[in-house]
Design a protein around this ligand. Structure first.
Ligand code: FAD
Length: 424
């Protein structure tokens, strides 16, 4: 018998429940990825995805398998492939966004009408969204009780890669041959990065907010594309010294996934009722923020890191998002959409969940909290090195003076005055 495994954002062979279960249950397996034109992505994300697919294909080949890569509607293509190879069913990882759940529902219906079995598996989070619920509720609204339940949940057992994958004789030909390099993207790179980074785990609680040190794991793009199993990551770190603050951050990822699962409008609507309609409409200010020319160095440095790398340090995400919503008074959705377009790790649950937290419209948040950019700068970039690294106009301003160039006797002529330093 034959099974089709539809990969989406679980692009790995280790600890992949949908793949392992299919290999166990069926004699022959067809690993399939379908590029979905309904999910447009920025160039950097497309490039990263191509690298992930190249690496996945190579890992599958080393196990005797291969990866079919097609383009089109994943539901139609998966069913078409299943019919062509005479499969009995299709398996995939369950996901939480509105789009992903719609896709799952369509695939379930199409499989039912074709008499194909359809099964979803966990794998996108450490603990499956919806599996932990407070007494009587649909989801946890507050982080700390969720974190306690999460710590007590059983996620320490991890699956290895399948030993061998046998393809059917009529494996579909990919129309798309990926030539992209898997050096930076993909599961092999993710596993290397994790192994190399583990030596910094012990110092995580002291260094994770230090902007210039850049000592966080930078695993988020790999987690987003599922090159690394979040459950395996949690299991590999949990008994090491210094793991607790790191696991707590990883748990925020699960927390927002279970919020999105219960509140699919997270991307467009304030989670907290009544928290809307107080935003200004100032396109020039929005443009200055997006193009990293607000005149507030710590904000511009974060925004330039985003433009240059498709990634931003978490502390800078907090500062730049707070500046947009609390200082410029602009709508969190405009900022979140901009992040989502450019971030390699851009993720509906984490991006919109965190934006709502900063904007004060989300759950477990303090609506009137705001981050003072100058105080944040002196705490988390005391040397000014982070700003100098990303804002060349200020590269020759020494020490912490770089955070307030308007106070210099001769401010750099090519760097703007701050839009505002007052919260609104
Ligand atoms: P590490 O510090 O090494 O943490 C390890 C992992 O834990 C991360 O890879 C991530 O998966 C998870 N994590 C850490 N902090 C958070 C958090 N606050 N919320 C949820 N998960 C967390 N993260 C995304 O993955 N995608 C996004 O689109 C995204 N948008 C964000 C937008 C804003 C406004 C803010 C404030 C945060 C956002 N984050 C997002 C969370 C966080 O900034 C990134 O996960 C983190 O910076 C990634 O770097 P890292 O892998 O080095 O993190």
């Amino acid at each position: 018998n034959v099974a089709v495994v539809l990969f989406t954002r679980d692009l790995r062979v280790h600890d992949n429940p949908a793949l392992s279960a299919s290999v166990r249950a069926a004699e022959h397996v067809v690993p399939l990825f379908v590029h979905d034109p309904a999910l447009p992505a920025a160039d950097n994300r497309r490039q990263f995805l191509r690298g992930c697919l190249a690496d996945l294909a190579s890992s599958l080949r080393s196990l005797g398998g291969d990866l079919a890569v097609l383009r089109g509607d994943p539901v139609r293509e998966a069913v078409r492939v299943a019919r062509a190879v005479g499969a009995e069913g299709i398996a995939m990882a369950a996901d939480v966004s509105d789009y992903a759940r719609g896709r799952e529902a369509r695939l379930a219906a199409a499989c039912a009408s074709e008499r194909l079995a359809f099964r979803t598996f966990p794998g996108v989070t450490v603990v499956a969204p919806g599996s932990l619920r407070p007494g009587g509720g649909s989801h946890y609204k507050v982080f700390t009780p969720y974190y306690r339940a999460w710590q007590a949940a059983s996620w320490r057992d991890v699956l290895g890669a399948p030993r061998r994958i046998a393809l059917p004789g009529n494996m579909p030909k990919s129309w798309f041959e990926s030539g992209a390099s898997a050096e930076v993207a993909g599961e092999s790179a993710a596993r290397k990065r994790l192994t190399a980074w583990l030596s910094h785990l012990q110092g995580y609680s002291e260094t994770h907010d230090d902007l210039a040190a850049d000592r966080t794991s930078r695993l988020s793009p790999y987690l987003h594309f599922g090159c690394l199993s979040p459950r395996e990551l949690a299991a590999r770190v949990h008994d090491r010294p210094g793991a607790e603050p790191f696991l707590r951050q990883l748990c925020w990822r699960d927390f927002y996934h279970q919020v999105l699962f219960a509140f699919p409008e997270l991307r467009r609507r304030a989670y907290r009722p009544g928290a809307e309609d107080r935003w200004r409409d100032e396109p020039d200010a929005l443009e200055a923020w997006k193009s990293a020319h607000t005149g507030v160095p710590i904000v511009d440095a974060g925004m330039r890191q985003l433009l240059a790398e498709g990634w931003m340090h978490n502390r800078a995400r907090l500062i730049t998002a707070s500046y947009l919503t609390k200082h410029l008074g602009l709508d969190w959705r405009a900022g979140a959409d901009h992040f989502y377009d450019l971030l390699l790790d851009g993720d509906v649950a984490n991006n919109y969940g965190n934006w709502q937290w900063v904007a004060g419209t989300g759950n477990d948040t303090k609506p009137y909290r705001r981050f003072n950019p100058l105080r944040q700068a002196s705490r988390f970039d005391p040397s000014g090195d982070y700003v100098r690294r990303y804002v060349p106009e200020l590269a020759s301003v020494p020490g912490k003076a770089v955070h307030a160039p308007w106070t210099l006797r001769k401010p750099p002529s090519n760097y703007p005055e701050p839009l505002t330093l007052d919260a609104r």
